[in-house]
Structure formats: C-alpha cells, structure tokens
Design a protein around this ligand. Structure first.
Ligand code: NI
Length: 212
C-alpha cells in the first residue's frame, strides 16, 4: 500500500471514530437531558438536578458579563444561533409570547437570555440585531469559542457544526431546551419544543407564586 493510500485510510478511520464518538456523546447528553426533563415534569421540582454554573460571556453590547450580572432575577435561557432557519426563531418567539402574556409584575422578574452556540458568526453586533426581533428585554450572549464551550457543557447543550457540500455555508445542529433558572441560579424547569407558550406561562406562574 503506498503512502497516500495509507494516509487516506488513516484519515477515514479517524473520521469514523469521530462520528461514532460524537454519536455516543450525543446520545448520552440527550438521555441525560431527557431524564432531567422528566424529573422536572413528574415531580414538579428539579431539586438535585445539576445544571448551569457560573459563566463569563460577552453581551450584545460587547460588554463582558458573568452569571452574577443576572443574580436576583429568574432567567429563561435558550441556546441557539442567529442563522438557524427554523427552531431557534420559533423558540425565541415562544419566550417573547410568554413574557408578554404574564402579568407585568411577574414578567419583570424574568430575564430572557439567548446564548449563541455559533460564536464564530454570532458577534455582539449580529446578536444585538437578532434579539431586537424578539422581546425588547432579550439579551444576546456570545463569547470566545472556549467561553461558549464551557457554558454549553454546564448546561448540557449539544451543538455541532454541520457542513453539507450542497450548502455554501455551514449550519449547527443543537439541542433545543428552554431553561428556567431561579434568582439564585438553580434549575427550576426545562421546556421542550412540544411545550407551547401557554404551558410554559402556566408553569412559570405556578413556580413564582409558590416561591413568593
Ligand atoms: Ni436553532
């Protein structure tokens, strides 16, 4: 076997390894998220579920922020990217609807955050313009690839670039969960794509009323 062919074979084997490794990691993350989500919906409490953690990111004004910037507020957190064709806009619109439908005095206690899984293209400027399409209090967060990787891990978010040779640009496959975090940064609920705005609104109202 000549050197070229051997190198090619090595490259192919390495790629297969990556794909399998990725698939296993993906399956594990999804099953973890599903069991966390089940805990949330069956017991109504996420006590004991480890999710989230301190982060350091760049907001859509280009300022450095940490989790502490949003202490004292409930958070609705969604991970996605501005080039997302379908799911992200729908979920961000859902959050906007929830905030518009809640009583004002309850809505103001909640900070909506959109965290990019595509920091390469989602610069602060791009994020600012994008979140302005949704609720006016939405804050877009991006950061260095390392900062984004860290926050994704803490929130158990799977996201990976996908390059289709038929497309001029890449897209990003990613998990889609809306996280409700408490004012002291504990996970309270996880909402999935099938949970509509009315469901989320009712759940948040129940949780905030029980805590106040
Ligand atoms: Ni998306």
């Amino acid at each position: 076997m000549d050197v070229k062919r051997r190198l090619l074979r090595t490259a192919i084997l390495a790629m297969i390894g990556l794909v399998i490794g990725g698939a296993i990691a993906y399956t594990q993350i999804i099953s973890e998220q599903n069991s966390a989500a089940e805990t949330a919906s069956t017991s109504g409490s996420m006590a004991g579920v480890s999710l989230g953690g301190p982060f350091e990111l760049i907001d859509h004004n280009g300022d450095s922020v940490t989790q502490a910037n949003y202490d004292g507020q409930y958070k609705l957190i969604y991970f996605g990217f501005t080039y997302c064709p379908a799911i992200c806009p729908t979920e961000l619109q859902k959050i906007t609807q929830v905030l518009n439908n809640l009583d004002e005095q309850m809505a103001v206690q909640i900070q909506p955050l959109f965290i990019s899984v595509d920091p390469e293209r989602d610069t602060p400027d791009v994020m600012r313009e994008y979140v302005s399409l949704f609720h006016p209090r939405f804050i877009g967060l991006t950061g260095s690839p390392e900062q984004i990787e860290a926050v994704k891990q803490d929130y158990k978010i799977f996201a990976t670039k996908v390059q289709d040779e038929n497309m001029s640009d890449y897209t990003v496959d990613h998990s889609s969960f809306i996280y409700l975090m408490s004012p002291d940064n504990k996970p309270l609920s996880i909402y999935r794509i099938k949970d509509d705005a009315a469901f989320i609104e009712a759940d948040i109202r129940k949780i905030i009323e029980a805590q106040s």
